[in-house]
Design a protein around this ligand. Structure first.
Ligand SMILES: *Cc1c(COP(=O)(O)O)cnc(C)c1O
Length: 362
């Protein structure tokens, strides 16, 4: 496909080409309605079918149990940093937070406004280069939830297994790894994710919430911010981001077509084996930025021997058709983001480029 690059942007991120092509074909006249999806009423039967399909595809593919509701909200993961504690804290209640990056810190800051939030562990003293081990956790025992960031988009770390919390439900920000692998829902009370990394375009935030967490939510906060409000109306209390939901539905169709989450997991493993394999093979030149047992399958961070070489790597990479390699401004490393939609072929070509670059500049 002419003029499309390998897009390693951290988010918004690359989308599957078949999804973009389907959206393009549907654009001016969706399903013989004479309208684009974004022009349909959110109360029309055509939009209703898109909405219901997106919900049921997600439930089926992700294996969401019956006692959880899936909500399609707005405001990004950042609103969830506030909405979670707003609903669930107050009245002397407390929560534990495991701090593994800048996003966890933001979540903690919002929680502290709403109630008591304890830091159960943090890896900030080593620049978030690892996920704290189970025996480092200082859990408070009476917490209503324990909050984690399952994948740390900036640092490039990921929980390989989820912490043991003695029955305290986990709440996870899965913005950058939702539906990249199968999970055991029995550990979770609530999962949230902005869609723009693994699920679709920006503008839609997915919240998967256990029913007792909906019911336990406070009733003295704004109605629009109570989870029960959207849960009772299947996320149609007000106008949802219809076009974003439609694109997400196309992404879910694409995931299903490839074989569901097992196939996604295999693809993601294949990509990360290739890329980490190359980093380890050429470890004189490329240095992984995080501890090996905390490595993320979604965001791979590494350093080169000098900042000049890092800048050259980004520039030469772009000239060779690889975009978005520059890491977050707070860490200044190279970062390769490779969510579900990133084709393994992109990593094959990138690792060939890396080998060549190291030979020429090493
Ligand atoms: C991108 C990201 C966010 C921020 O999401 P918004 O939708 O912009 O609010 C939060 N948490 C994680 C883990 C992210 O990767």
């Amino acid at each position: 496909m002419a003029n499309r690059i390998w897009n390693f942007n951290p988010g918004p991120a690359t989308l599957p080409l078949p999804v973009l092509e389907k959206a393009k074909a549907d654009l001016p006249n969706y399903d013989n309605t004479g309208m684009a999806v974004m022009e349909l009423s959110h109360r029309s039967k055509q939009y209703d079918a898109i909405h219901k399909d997106a919900l049921s595809l997600m439930r089926g593919l992700f294996g969401v149990p019956d006692n959880f509701k899936i909500l399609f909200l707005q405001g990004g993961a950042s609103l969830q940093f506030a909405q979670v504690p707003m609903n669930l804290l107050g009245d002397g209640k407390s929560a534990d937070y495991i701090i593994t990056g800048n996003w966890s810190k933001k979540a903690l800051k919002e929680a502290k406004i709403q109630g008591t939030a304890n830091v159960a562990a943090t890896s900030e003293d080593t620049k978030f280069d690892r996920i704290p081990a189970q025996n480092e956790l200082n859990l408070s025992g009476d917490a209503v939830y324990c909050h984690i960031t399952s994948n740390n988009t900036v640092a490039g770390t990921q929980f390989q297994t989820f912490p043991e919390t003695n029955g305290v439900p986990l709440i996870a920000d899965m913005s950058s790894d939702i539906m990249s692998r199968q999970i055991d829902f029995s550990k979770f009370g609530l999962i949230y994710a902005g869609a723009q990394k693994n699920l679709g375009p920006s503008g839609i935030t997915v919240v998967i919430i256990r029913e007792d967490f909906i019911n336990a939510g406070r009733e003295d906060i704004p109605i629009i911010l109570q989870y029960r409000t959207q849960a009772d109306k299947d996320s149609l209390y007000n106008t949802p981001p219809t076009y974003s939901i439609y694109l997400m539905k196309l992404v879910l169709d694409w995931v299903q077509g490839l074989g569901g989450l097992q196939a996604m997991e295999r693809r993601n493993k294949e990509k990360s084996d290739l890329l980490y394999g190359m980093i380890d093979e050429m470890s004189d030149f490329y240095k992984g930025a995080v501890e090996k047992d905390s490595r993320s399958l979604m965001n791979v961070t590494f350093r080169l021997p000098s900042e000049d070489l890092e800048a050259k790597f980004v520039a030469d990479g772009l000239a060779a058709g690889f975009g978005g390699l520059k890491g977050h401004r707070s860490v200044g490393v190279i970062r390769v983001s490779m969510y579900n939609a990133l084709e393994p072929q992109g990593i094959k070509e990138l690792t060939a480029f890396m080998k060549d670059f190291a030979k020429k500049n090493g």
